[in-house]
Design a protein around this ligand. Sequence first.
Ligand code: FES
Ligand SMILES: [Fe+2]
Length: 375
Amino acid sequence: MQDAARELAENVAVAFERARAMPPSVYTSEDFLARELNSIFAKDWFCVGRADALANPGDFTTLELAGQPIIVLRDNAGTLKAMSNVCRHRMSTLLEGRGNARSIVCPYHAWTYNLDGTLRGAPAMTRNAGFCKSDYRLPEVRCQEWLGWVFVTLSADAPDVADQLAKVAELIADYDMANYSQTFFETHNWNTNWKVLAENFMESYHLPVCHSGTIGGLSKLDEMICPPGEDAFNYHTILKDESLRIAMAHPSNTRMKGDRRRTTYLLAIYPSLMITLTPGYFWYLTLHPDGVDHVRIGFGGGMSNDYSHDDDAQANFEQLKRLLDDVNVEDKGCTEKVYKGLSSNGAAPGHLSHLERPNYDFAQYINARIQTPDA
Ligand code: FES
Ligand SMILES: [Fe+2]
């Protein structure tokens, strides 16, 4: 067994009450990253973002999942579909970024595909006797929608998202997560390992200090609840107070009672969808490694539709976005410092706080995945 995997196996064999942070090698080892790509990102469901960002026929987004270029789009029948983003001619990639397309035109020789992946036309191919247009179509990739989220997987065997995440749906049923609209989505790339950013999200221990310039003052360590995690996710909750009105349940929201109306869920859905869900707004990160030392970040968010009829709805969105941008700058600073520190010779993992229970569960998940026999 390679060193990083062995060190992680030893690290997670300790009970939570005595546990330490993961060893530096799991963040810096190229071999370990290769195992993560093969055993995690090529096997589990990966979140692409929100379905309402792909509302109209032809709306598409592209991604690279464990090295595989993928298109996710809404076809003319209104169905969300994922397919290979690799041309069936001489294998160029097809679409880039996000946008709307009536058809998929290869940028190399203009073979053109319909939104269902079938080949519509190919210039100057009539003289090759072997070529038959109907033999060609972009291979499909599994794609599922759950509570407004879009997931894809390269695996034929991964259990359906709704089954894997049934307990999440139950926990937050009164938030009605499908009833939130995305108002922004951006991509970023930070100089840290993807797990450092994922773990940063999983604990609110850092809020009072790292976020002292923004939400730190709203977050009290003794109001954080960090239950043991489940197979497919972990979570913790914090309470916010009235000073951040848009985090509260809207007055018209009669679904939520008592402290639920000011409870924020921090959901970490493995491997890399991190959702902050308040009764008023949500934001999320979807993370993919970009080498050991960089992380590709999809960053989106928006408001509960309960807020959408207010006169100040637009002002609320703007306030939310400003706040989240400021919070993000703080997280970028903290997670890049962690990566720098853990890459140094003197780095050694210390003990975890009881507020870092989700981090412990995440380490168990990573370990279980990368120790599988075909890893
Ligand atoms: S590689 Fe796509 S048309 Fe030639
Ligand atoms: Fe943070």
